[in-house]
Design a binder for this molecule. Structure first.
Ligand code: ADE
Ligand code: ZN
Length: 315
């Protein structure tokens, strides 16, 4: 079954490039850039990957991203991710990057973008993996800061397909970013947003009605609101679900409690994704394997999940 799952052609639609920074590469980049780290070695860093909630993870994720300094660093990060995709027959990717995580540290927007885009182009030409890049705003920062980031991005408009919304969800509802999303859409960009990971179903309604998103990232709490479920099913709004992430961040107590297959059986267009694979224990392949191990996912269900990921592409 594992080989069969691995060979299934699939797309990954919910992946934070900064979250694919493996501890080994993190240490190598720290050495290359002469940055002192608070961890002794790779093993002690890995042992810090135990989280009770999203914020505990984000604190470490932003700390890890500090080793990314040069265009080559962003290239190496993205290329390492694409090599993993190749191993697992992920044939199309729509990754997020968080420009503010870098520009706020004094790294130029173009440095980040050039490194990522060059690797994605090489992924297309050398590995046969197609892509669409998503610029994600940090929701714990202001809407004004998001507007400034969008303005910085506009000279490179054709390098993106969409804007997204990530970081600390609770207390930062989609409504806070209604105007900047309208501006992005007026530039012809599509939209996605994290909603219903830790936040309530109301945040999913807002993402749909105020931000006018094409997909919901996570969205697992939709199941608490029957009217919302009906809409998501009727309109076939894709949810980019991340099973290992949800268990590592205690959205579900354990994988056996995860609702992805219940949603699938109810007709929701759910997809399987890795979110931050370096931190959560695996890439798309490991996420599919976990659904087989803990939820007895059938081959027929896996086929539908993989097909959903190909159907829910924006690029
Ligand atoms: N940034 C990186 N991973 C994230 C997640 N799972 N939720 C919100 N923001 C994130
Ligand atoms: Zn995410």
């Amino acid at each position: 079954m594992y080989d069969w799952l691995n060979a299934l052609p699939k797309a990954e639609l919910h992946l934070h490039l900064e979250g694919s920074l493996e501890p080994e590469l993190l240490f190598a980049l720290a050495e290359r850039n002469k940055i002192a780290l608070p961890w002794q070695d790779v093993d002690s860093l890995r042992s810090a990957y135990a989280f009770n909630n999203l914020q505990e993870f984000l604190d470490l994720y932003y700390q890890g991203a500090n080793v990314l300094r040069t265009e080559q660093d962003f290239y190496d990060l993205t290329w390492a991710y694409l090599l993993k995709c190749k191993e697992q027959n992920v044939i199309h990717v729509e990754p997020f990057f968080d420009p503010q995580t870098h520009t706020d540290r004094g790294i130029a927007f173009e440095v980040v973008l050039r490194g990522i885009k060059q690797a994605l182009r090489d992924g297309q030409s050398k590995l046969g993996i197609s892509h669409g890049l998503i610029l994600s705003f940090l929701r714990h920062l202001s809407e004004e800061a998001a507007f400034a980031t969008l303005a910085e991005a506009m000279p490179f408009r054709d390098d993106f397909i969409a804007v997204g919304l990530d970081s600390s969800e609770l207390g930062h509802p989609p409504s806070k970013f209604q105007r900047v999303f309208a501006k992005a859409r007026s530039e012809g960009l599509l939209a996605v947003a994290h909603a219903g990971e830790e936040g309530p179903p109301e945040y999913i309604w807002q993402a749909l009605d105020l931000l006018k998103v094409q997909r919901i990232d996570h969205g697992v709490r939709a199941i608490e609101d029957e009217r919302l479920m009906q809409r998501i099913i009727d309109e076939q709004i894709p949810l980019t679900v991340c099973p290992l992430s949800n268990t590592k961040l205690c959205v579900f107590d354990d994988m056996a409690q995860h609702n992805i297959l219940d949603m699938l059986e109810r007709g929701v267009k759910v997809t399987v994704n890795s979110d931050d694979p370096a931190y959560f224990g695996g890439y798309v392949g490991e996420n599919f394997a976990a659904l087989y191990d803990s939820l007895k996912m059938s081959k027929e269900q896996a086929l539908r999940l993989a097909q959903n990921s190909l159907d829910a592409r924006l690029a």
